[in-house]
Ligand binder design. Sequence first.
Ligand code: BTN
Length: 255
Amino acid sequence: MEAVYKYYDTIDSTNLEAKRLAHAGAKNFTVVSAGEQTAGRGRSGHSWISPEGVSVATSMLIYPEGIAMDHLPRLTILAGVSVAEAVEELYDLATQIKWPNDVLIGGKKICGILTELEADKGVAENVVVGIGVNVHHRKEDFAPEIRDMATSLDLELGGARASRKAVVEAIWRHFLSHYQAFVRDGGQLGDILPVYNSRLINKNKRVRVIHQIKDFCGIALEMDPEGKLLIRRDDGTVTAVDSGEVHVRGLYGYV
Ligand code: BTN
């Protein structure tokens, strides 16, 4: 498994470009990275700002043969762990993960992941795993409403300058090694599950589960093998929540 790298100074969204390349017959594991996105996409229909030369915006195109479609959202979990491992391999920084896949340093977000899937008649044709990492941002580069929740590698390194290229390469190297095991295990999370749970910032914390119909509170336990977060409710019962349906927040803020 080898990645093929493409770089654009400016693009609308690396996820969109990876999908366009898929339609043009690009190779498995084509990586699209950009110095600036003009229409970056976040989860839940939000936009994702990637100002020029400041962040990592990178997406990998995957043709996921032999993996059941409902296991493919788990690629986001692989990506989150890969970002955490890549950052720790390159820099003396400790990372944690907020379920399902925000990577944090010191409780603040440095990375967001958006996985998109295209299917035809119930069969996945391609998956695009898109990763945005805050690298050179200064505090004032973040919008006021996220300033207290977000950080960048440079801010955390306190003076040193991180390398966007090294970050991209390390992320996809870790990802491909996890992906190989994921394919071998037929789409099960396998050995990555305990690695993920050891980094889970929500673990044993009281959280609010935000649901379209009714919110509830409880203690977050860990992620289960299907990628759901187990919550012990106040009546002692345990509920598994799905990231497609709920958001989880700390009682007093983001985590
Ligand atoms: C989130 O909302 O936390 C997910 C953000 C994902 C952003 C990345 S940047 C690279 C890729 N291209 C996009 O348009 N989005 C993803």
